[in-house]
Design a protein around this ligand. Sequence first.
Ligand SMILES: *Cc1c(COP(=O)(O)O)cnc(C)c1O
Length: 395
Amino acid sequence: MTKLDDETRASLKTRSRLVHLGRDREQSQGFVNIPPFRGSTVLYPDAATLKSREQRYTYGTHGTPSTDALTAAWSDISGAAGTELVPSGLAAIVVALMTAVSAGDHLLITDSAYGPARAFANGVLKRMGVETTFYDPCIGAGIEALFRENTRAVLTESPGSQSFEVQDIPAIAEAAHARGAAVLMDNTWATPLLFAPHAHGVDMAIEAGTKYLSGHSDLLLGLVSANEAWFPRLRHTAGQMAIPAGPEDVFLALRGLRTMDLRLREAERQGLAMARWLSERPEVLRVLHPALPDDPGHALWKRDFSGSSGLFSVILKPASEAAVAAFLDGLQLFGLGYSWGGYESLVIPFDCSSYRTATRWAPGGPALRFSIGLEDSEDLKADLDRGFARLRATT
Ligand SMILES: *Cc1c(COP(=O)(O)O)cnc(C)c1O
């Protein structure tokens, strides 16, 4: 096997890139995978090199062959100038925001943002003198009216956490860039494989690698990729904040990267099958899944995304809390728990009205979010079917 030359590398399709990028036979001594590099101290050959620090690796917090392999591959599939790794998806949101705003600045955040991102803006950022306005995720180009003299960044997320509204990212980016503001996007749902963030005007794209990159619910990792304009500032901020990702998590994420395309395609197929089946259940009012043709975000999703993942929500017809609990409590295949994107199916109840401030959440019944795993869909349907029988018996 010869080393990949630049011309061949440039011609590779995404699936081949996922298999081959970031692999270096010299680094791995011929083994297929680069082993986890654990370490703080990096030794220097002499006093002059120690003084100049002119060698590739200088200290454990500043990168290792494993982090280089993952960031190079992630930047490639994201169409980014560079990527920084941090120990969680939330840390990725924090580092991206800290890169973009300073004391005295104004920030716009979608009302559909991941809850803890909101909490960071209302907590630490507020304390540091940054003011936040939350906006309707369906605002599109209308976001222009919310910009102030000191608006420096917009944090988007599409589709929205729990509620799945699709945002018009190119229109928001156009309005933001006309005002000199940065566009941040939490792209965890689609991953760069299903939505190319930087090609749609995003300056810094956030990914909770904890979800589909891992695929096995066994690690915590955050990635921030940035375009040419923002990468130097991102790198500087991430370096000063000093929160490097753990070596074992980086190793596992590289392993997950190799099969991510395969797992995402299956999540899409399986997720759509379950979403369609749920939409026909008499107990269900509607399904929030942008790849379904009657979803309000479908046209935008079709224009900008190349696929869907296995996470979506369902609004049940009005039912008591006890009936919903009866549905959830007897499930044998669906786990009750946070996070998603693993090989196992999960469900959580949620209520956006408890935190939204810019939009009203009144879906007409109890809401459940499903992450569809790799089990056989007939078994999953049977588990839910028994759940619906318990729900009806309790109502
Ligand atoms: C889970 C999640 C995060 C946070 O990831 P952690 O690694 O759990 O901190 C951020 N954004 C979205 C959309 C998520 O679903």
